[in-house]
Design a binder for this molecule. Structure first.
Ligand code: GLU
Length: 549
């Protein structure tokens, strides 16, 4: 077979040689050890936690080493493409403050290794495809869908492996004339790789996360270019990652299955393999079992969820880093205030089996992150979220910024800041009692150990004592005096020794006041809260609670 003639027949319009094309993408001049990574999403309109998880690894590896982080749009599958999807991808990068150095931006493309949208690289792929045909490493296949389906049926009947390989690779060695006749008849073809792999033999391979691995060689003649001349993922990524100088391919472990194909393609091109970092799947516990996060069942998989619920960027990134690197949490304990960028991220500390995403743990991380912010910062983020997602709450928060700042300052700062807020939507519930529009007085608590009469006595006894000028010490002295007067224990040590000797302690007494004012058992310092609410509203709530008993 004259492979050059075949190549000419298939791709007459491709005039550049492989060498000329490669010369357009010269090796990068980067310092020793600099890593080049890329985030390569498909524009399907759905950005999920796994995308962000990988992007953080990409970004850290590149920027920590003085390298380059690219955004490449993998739009080869037109059927899955959704209008506006690239905008959604760019929004995610903006929102999570992941700065990329090259790729698709809102202002067009940036960088010398583009185009960065795969469909615009069709000529590039075809140039290398033509070269493969010239080498006898690729060939056209004119099988129709029906023929492939029929082949599948025969394979099932013979209990043979499915696919296009060996004797089933019916277009492997057809004569040039037959190809010409089909082309003249205007028939469509796909370009297939001529695999020389033998599944009895093993390919050895080292992944930076999974370690040393072995697979049977691939014997399938996979499709390189589809009938519209657009490549499959397999071919496109090999060409792109080589030309763009990617040093580390970070991608989901679902690609491990086709890694033998990719290794084969790099070898067929005579190119060095990049380093591969196959990231663990994100899992969750469900009824005692670990399972993959699912788009259908788990809203927390979609990145939109975090924006809508009002989780802050720093918290999401911080939690994903705890999943990405096993030593991150220890580092955070030692460096509570350091920016994330100071953490020495490494592929060595990445887990090689499913990363467990635990919403409760994430909330704890988020509470910690927010507890370290100052009130001004919280105010800015909270109101920005509310403006977009909860306009009524926004109106309350901004009615008196000073008042809201006062609320947000409670229990903040110091060695042990309070950790009440995990998300901005959750902040609404936490802050509700500060706003009459949102405050709902507590319903009677069946667990309350004091009788309604005892509670009433506390509330009524306290009313004449309250003086807004009191400081926290004076405030508490008065509560204590009232407790003593009503026969409650004020010496906690004595009380703990013999709780039955009193109807309760000063803690129960202040608990009744707290419930009346805030509607909850746990709150920041009650004296501070009453000061913020002001004497009018505080006394009114105490009175109303007493009346309702
Ligand atoms: N477009 C592929 C995906 O979205 C990218 C895989 C890769 O990073 O190579 O899964």
């Amino acid at each position: 077979m004259d492979y050059s003639a075949l190549a000419e027949l298939l791709y007459p319009e491709i005039t550049e040689t492989r060498e000329q094309m490669e010369a357009k993408f010269p090796p990068r001049q980067l310092p020793e050890g600099a890593k080049v990574t890329r985030m390569a999403p498909s524009p399907t309109g759905f950005m999920h936690l796994g995308n962000l998880y990988g992007a953080i690894a990409d970004e850290r590896l590149a920027h920590q080493s003085g390298g380059v982080f690219m955004l490449r749009i993998e739009d080869t599958d037109q059927k899955r493409e959704v209008p506006g999807a690239v905008g959604i991808i760019l929004d995610v990068f903006d929102h999570y403050q992941l700065r990329f150095d090259e790729g698709v931006t809102r202002q067009g493309e940036q960088g010398a290794y583009g185009p960065y949208r795969q469909r615009q690289r069709a000529r590039i792929y075809q140039t290398f495809a033509k070269w493969l045909v010239q080498q006898g490493k690729a060939y056209p296949c004119f099988c129709t869908e029906e023929e492939l389906a029929a082949m599948r049926e025969r394979q099932a009947a013979e209990k043979a492996n499915f696919g296009y390989y060996g004797k089933w690779a019916v277009w492997r060695d057809r004569p040039l004339e037959e190809v010409k006749a089909r082309l003249d008849a205007g028939e469509a073809f796909v370009l297939r790789f001529r695999s020389t792999g033998d599944p009895e033999k093993r390919v050895k391979f080292t992944d930076l996360v999974k370690g040393a691995m072995e697979f049977p060689e691939n014997d399938q003649d996979v499709v390189l270019l589809k009938s519209d001349g657009i490549p499959t993922y397999h071919f496109a990524h090999v060409i792109d990652d080589h030309l763009m100088g990617t040093t580390h391919v970070v991608r989901g472990e679902e690609w491990l299955a086709t890694l033998p194909v990719h290794v084969q393609l790099f070898q067929a091109m005579g190119w060095k393999l990049p380093k591969f970092v196959h990231t663990a799947q994100l899992m969750k516990m469900d009824g005692g079992h670990k399972r993959k996060l699912s788009k259908r069942k788990d809203p927390e998989l979609g990145l939109e969820f975090y924006q809508r619920q009002g989780y802050c960027v720093a918290a999401v990134k911080e939690y994903l880093l705890t999943l990405l690197n096993s030593n991150f949490e220890d580092w955070r304990l030692q460096n509570p205030d350091a920016p994330l960028e100071e953490f020495p991220f490494t592929t060595k500390k990445m887990g090689n089996s499913g990363a467990l995403f635990d919403l409760e743990k994430f909330n704890d991380v988020s509470k910690n992150v927010i507890s370290r912010m100052d009130a001004q910062q919280v105010y800015g983020l909270l109101t920005a979220w509310a403006k977009e997602f909860d306009p009524d709450f926004y109106a309350l928060l901004t009615r008196s910024p000073e008042y809201t700042m006062g609320i947000l300052s409670l229990g903040r700062g110091g060695k042990k800041p309070r950790k009440d807020i995990a998300s901005w939507s959750g902040a609404k519930e936490y802050m509700a009692f500060f706003f009459d529009e949102l405050f709902t007085p507590a319903a009677p608590d069946p667990e309350e150990r004091l009788t309604p009469a005892q509670q009433k006595a506390i509330l009524e006894g306290y009313l004449p004592l309250y003086d807004p000028a009191d400081d926290n010490g004076q405030w508490f002295e008065k509560v204590k005096a009232l407790a003593a007067q009503l026969g409650y224990a004020t010496d906690m040590r004595a009380y703990k020794k013999d709780p039955a000797a009193w109807p309760g302690s000063v803690a129960e007494v202040s608990g009744v006041l707290r419930m009346a004012i805030t509607g909850r058992k746990n709150s920041p310092d009650l004296c501070d809260i009453m000061k913020l609410l002001g004497p009018g509203r505080s006394l009114e709530r105490l009175r109303r609670a007493a009346e309702n008993l």
